[in-house]
Design a binder for this molecule. Structure first.
Ligand SMILES: Nc1ncnc2c1ncn2[C@@H]1O[C@H](COP(=O)(O)OP(=O)(O)OP(=O)(O)O)[C@@H](O)[C@H]1O
Ligand SMILES: [Mg+2]
Length: 274
């Protein structure tokens, strides 16, 4: 197993870079809490992470604005939107909670602005305000758009499935992020979270140990449990978080949300213990 982990990066950028991972060099401070979500492997749980974190933030009386980079991506539907489309904004806020809004990017407009390196910045500034958490599902975005998003993101969240693909891709995470950076831009700070994790399964624990060894504090100290009811619950009826409030996965999301708020707002902000 160790041999597999030590293999060379398939991204071909294996040289270590000397630039810092958290400086302001080449990065853009938007005065927004921008978190983008991407993964090295498909189906790792990006959309679920954005949807459920957004819901949890709203339940915790925060304001969340979710962006799907795919013009016809399903993110708003997962939240119960009746219809959606490129550039269409859906307000999915519920009484007694914070706000929850979602939109698909108008990619046609984005293409016509592809030379405009400020396009994504303008979208975020126009649609959100400083009190909102902006979560971006980097779905099938073109490279130039992914670069813009990473330049604007304070943090990148990477869901990891506890499987063999993850084991092979863990050593490539930083090379992959570097590959999306523009010259002179710092690598965005990133954090990884294990999804569909079951501590009873020996292989899952193995992946967790390898991830911890490679990523150290970049592995979030919260894991997301597997809960098949999440995929089987129709959002139009009632969202699964409300149906199963005692589910371990709902609790996991609460902890993850608090962890993220603490990360963004600093240790001064009081949050319940993780
Ligand atoms: N914690 C979980 N427990 C059970 N099922 C989950 C969990 N997280 C995600 N899933 C399921 O795994 C599948 C893939 O999740 P999701 O669509 O969020 O991944 P993705 O990374 O967005 O995929 P893609 O790369 O295709 O965009 C979905 O069917 C989703 O319902
Ligand atoms: Mg997805």
């Amino acid at each position: 197993m160790a041999k597999l982990i030590e293999m060379k990066s398939p991204y071909g950028l294996g040289k270590s870079r000397t630039r810092s991972t958290n400086g302001a060099n080449g990065r853009c401070n938007l005065e927004r809490n921008v978190i983008s979500v991407m993964s090295m492997t498909g189906g790792a749980g990006k959309t679920s992470l954005v949807v459920n974190l957004g819901r949890t933030l709203a339940q915790q009386e925060r304001r969340a604005f979710l962006i799907d980079t795919a013009p016809h991506g399903l993110l708003p539907f997962h939240l119960g939107a009746a219809e959606t489309g490129p550039g269409q904004l859906c307000d999915l806020s519920e009484a007694g909670s914070g706000t929850l809004r979602a939109m698909n990017l108008d990619i046609a407009s984005a293409y016509s602005h592809s030379a405009d390196h400020m396009w994504m910045k303008k979208v975020i500034l126009q649609e959100t305000d400083p009190s909102e958490y902006v979560l971006i599902d980097i779905n099938t975005a073109p490279l130039w758009l992914t670069r813009q998003i990473l330049q604007l993101s304070q943090y990148v969240l990477i869901p990891l499935m506890p499987d063999m693909s993850t084991l092979l891709s863990i050593p490539c995470i930083e090379d992959c992020l570097d590959g999306f950076s523009t010259p002179g831009m710092d690598r965005p700070s990133y954090y990884a979270v294990l999804n569909q994790f079951d501590s009873e399964i020996a292989f899952h624990r193995r992946v967790e140990a390898e991830a911890k060894a490679h990523l150290g504090s970049r592995l979030i100290p919260v894991t997301l449990s597997r809960d098949a009811r999440m995929s089987c619950s129709l959002p139009q009826e009632r969202n699964w978080m409300e149906r199963y409030p005692a589910s371990p996965l709902v609790q996991d999301y609460r902890r993850l949300s608090l962890w993220m708020q603490r990360l963004l707002e600093g240790p001064a902000r009081e949050v319940a213990d993780l």
